[in-house]
Design a protein around this ligand. Structure first.
Ligand SMILES: [Zn+2]
Length: 58
């Protein structure tokens, strides 16, 4: 399988999942919306989200 294709697929999956830095809740959202501050944690309403890119599980 071409390497570029694998990267494209993983990017699509992992850029859409974020983790709240306060309560560790998982939030599925668009990366662009997170960047412009439109996405909040649904538990604690924090805007401090980090991309869940280090873990392998979806
Ligand atoms: Zn939270």
């Amino acid at each position: 399988m071409p390497k570029t294709r694998v990267e494209a697929v993983t990017n699509r999956i992992y850029t859409r999942v974020f983790v709240c830095m306060k309560c560790n809740a998982k939030i599925r959202a668009d990366a662009r919306k997170v960047k412009i501050g439109k996405v909040k944690c649904r538990k604690c309403y924090s805007k401090q989200l980090r991309p869940k890119s280090k873990e392998r599980k979806i």
